[in-house]
Design a protein around this ligand. Structure first.
Ligand code: BDP
Length: 711
């Protein structure tokens, strides 16, 4: 590759299909002022590229110098066509160990920018960095080096082969299991571009509840075609696999990971995949969890299962992401089970296995303490699994900006190796022999025109990528970036109103759904509304809200202290001591760890009951506040965007009322204490009512669409 460059000679070879007349103009150093146009109206499908679409910033387009032509570099040239905050930008492949595969360096000499990186994909990330600077920051180019926090910055799609999306609230899957049509290619390319713009570089195409069919020759062929489309944007694919695949697809008598024929089948399958997809990134596996098959079916361990797959992938450089989301219907407290199953296996996994651990010990609740497994595995590479789709935070109806939650987990100190053992650090540090660090987010993407079911939920996709790239970014700064690129005309005071809404939203959701450490008091099945009363005959106890809230005449909350399940002891000191004592346990985890008397005095002097009422009321009040804030910015936001979000905020408010009344009226049966605030529903009516959230159209309405009479 020719790494020399010149400010005067554009050496890009223009041969690609994506080369447009405009690119030619850029390549020839023309400025294109005739493209200048007024700012376009908001187009939901264009995500955070609104300003890009709106046209040119100024007449002075930078002269873009790229000394090679690869599909990725042609994208760089195309993306850079509107770059205008420098006179010239030169993109160079160099050899600089400290930048790794994806890192880049941006330097400035006069008004010429020099971008250096080891790969063309890293140059693409740098191009998006420069464009972000143009759209987000004021003034000239900021020089800096940037190396991502994780090697795999990964979306996990929970998409099924029939086009449905598990816990998806944005329509059907974007993946079409056919040879990609021009329309499919368009969507996949838009998706890849969006991911690359925020640094997402690995995607698991299908649901962790995986169909064995995913590994049929027919499907692998389509995976290869999708991978070909995503590759120029630096994206590598993985698939979720079903542990019984060799039985279903090849008729083997079992899937015992120590059986030679089973091991051989996986090796052959890996060879078949890599013959079509040389940069295939690996497998994601949910095994022996929620009824799925796994090595425990054959009295083998998780490490036996994971290592068998790891051996099959290893010659090709592939990775196994083995999930720790396990909880058998045993006696042990569900919150303890992942630790109990995986901690004894520490050190037994091959070095191309990563244990993928959900942020909390239960399941993506609005707030959980971090999973204690993060603080327990010392000789096993770990990755955090976060949820971008809002399974437990109001689906695509509620405003809930999630980086505040994710960073709470990543910045949590596990004390594994003493102070400073944050989850961010433990998951970024690579153990000896390990080549890849990873972070996963369960995608909130579907085929809705706006991709995420709610315009504002696009911010969570954006933020996941940015945070995965740099865990030192703040939720606040990411919000600012997203707002400025999504609502390019918004004045600073209105921007700060919207940013406040985003930043405050998650805490509001916690307050009106499950304050003070309450968790999993959701309605059966859909996880949208509250049903603390839910009792499905014959169902597993650990799928029932009563298993978690334990409300009785004495008090409220799970018993996980030293008199209960002793889950507190899975945390390292000093957290174990802090959490074990009801008087030192932080308020936000109080009812997670303790069954607390209704008249217990909180740190602020209120009784538990009064504090619970205050929190629910505060959450509800915040939904009124969000509506008022959104009203204030109406004249600065595109009408379609404004109306859509307004509608969702109204649903959120009605749902918050439902949560407030349902939970407080239900718990009041036990506390027998007065609710200071007004309730408007009748508990008996609420308990008889079941919202049909499995119906997608109905789900879009939340409780608002329902006809339940208020008192
Ligand atoms: C739960 C979801 C379920 C998923 C499961 C998982 O309710 O649909 O299959 O997690 O992560 O949150 O495997």
């Amino acid at each position: 590759m020719d790494t020399s460059f010149s400010n005067h000679n554009m050496k890009l070879h223009i041969s690609s299909a994506i080369c447009s007349p405009l690119m030619l103009a850029v390549a020839l150093g023309f400025s294109s002022c005739d493209r200048q146009s007024p700012v376009s109206p908001f187009d939901a499908h264009s995500l955070w590229f609104q300003q890009h679409k709106a046209g040119l910033h100024s007449d002075n387009k930078a002269h873009v110098i790229i000394n090679d032509s690869t599909p990725t570099l042609r994208i760089v040239a195309d993306e850079m066509k509107d770059f205008s905050i420098a006179d010239a930008v030169s993109f160079n492949i160099v050899s600089d160990e400290k930048l790794g595969h994806d890192g880049y360096d941006i330097s400035l000499s006069g008004s010429t920018v020099t971008v250096s990186a080891n790969s063309d994909v890293a140059l693409l990330y740098a191009a998006f960095d420069l464009l972000r600077q143009q759209h987000v920051e004021v003034g000239s180019v900021r020089t800096h080096s940037s190396v991502p926090s994780y090697d795999f910055r990964m979306l996990n799609h929970w998409d099924n082969l029939d086009g449905t999306v598990e816990r998806g609230y944005a329509g059907h899957s974007i993946w079409q299991w056919r040879t990609p049509t021009p329309e499919d290619i368009k969507i996949y390319t838009e998706y890849a571009r969006a991911n690359a713009s925020v640094g997402i570089n690995t995607v698991v195409l299908n649901n962790v509840n995986a169909s064995p069919e995913m590994l049929s020759a027919e499907h692998i062929k389509i995976v290869a075609q999708i991978a070909d489309i995503l590759r120029p944007y630096g994206i590598r694919v993985l698939v979720s696999v079903n542990f019984s695949s060799p039985m279903v697809l090849a008729g083997l008598p079992d899937a015992d990971p120590l059986r030679d024929s089973v091991r051989q089948w996986w090796k052959d399958k890996a060879d078949e995949i890599y013959s079509l997809i040389p940069d295939f990134a690996g497998f994601l596996v949910k095994a022996n969890s929620e009824g799925l098959p796994g090595p425990l079916d054959y009295h083998r361990s998780h490490s036996d299962g994971a290592n068998m797959l790891a051996e099959a992938l290893k010659p090709h450089g592939g990775i196994v992401l083995w999930r720790a989301f396990v909880y058998s219907p045993s006696d042990a407290d569900r919150a303890k089970q992942a630790y109990l199953e995986f901690q004894p296996l520490d050190g037994q996994f091959l070095d191309n296995v990563i244990i993928q651990i959900k942020n909390g010990p239960i399941d993506f609740q609005p707030r959980e303490p971090f999973s204690p497994l993060f603080g327990a595995l010392k000789k096993t590479q770990m990755a955090a699994e976060l949820q971008i789709t809002q399974e437990y935070t109001g689906a695509a109806n509620h405003l809930c900006y999630l980086p505040t939650m994710w960073l709470e987990t990543l910045n949590a100190d596990t004390y594994r190796d003493g102070q400073g053992s944050t989850i961010a650090r433990l998951t970024q540090d690579k153990l000896p022999g390990v080549k890849v660090s990873a972070i996963a987010g369960v995608a909130n993407i579907g085929n809705d025109d706006n991709w995420c079911g709610n315009h504002i939920a696009q911010s969570n996709w954006y933020a996941f990528g940015r945070m995965a790239w740099d865990t030192n970014l703040t939720a606040d700064s990411i919000a600012t970036e997203w707002i400025r690129q999504t609502m390019p005309d918004i004045p600073r005071h209105a921007e700060s109103t919207v940013r406040d809404m985003l930043i405050e939203s998650r805490e509001a959701v916690v307050d009106y759904m499950m304050p003070l450490g309450l968790h999993h008091i959701f309605a059966w099945g859909h996880h949208y509304g509250p049903e603390p009363w839910c009792a499905v005959p014959g169902a597993r106890p650990d799928w029932m809200p009563t298993y978690y809230h334990c409300a009785d005449s004495v008090g409220l909350g799970s018993r996980r202290d030293l008199n209960g399940s002793k889950a507190v002891l899975q945390y390292n000191a000093p957290l174990s001591d802090l959490y074990a004592d009801v008087n030192t346990c932080p308020d936000e985890y109080l009812l997670w760890f303790h069954h607390v008397n209704w008249d217990f005095r909180m740190k602020n002097g209120r009784t538990l009951w009064d504090e619970l009422c205050v929190r629910y009321d505060h959450g509800l009040a915040m939904t009124v506040h969000f509506l008022a804030s959104w009203n204030r910015v109406q004249s600065y936001v595109d009408a379609n965007l404004w109306n859509d979000v307004q509608h969702k905020l109204e649903i959120q408010h009605d749902d918050a009322r439902w949560w407030h009344d349902g939970c407080l009226l239900y718990f009041q049966q036990f506390s027998k204490m007065p609710i200071p605030q007004k309730t408007i529903y009748n508990l008996d009516d609420m308990m008889k009512f079941h919202i049909n959230i499995t119906n997608y159209e109905n789900a879009k309405q939340g409780y608002r669409g329902e006809k339940l009479v208020k008192e």
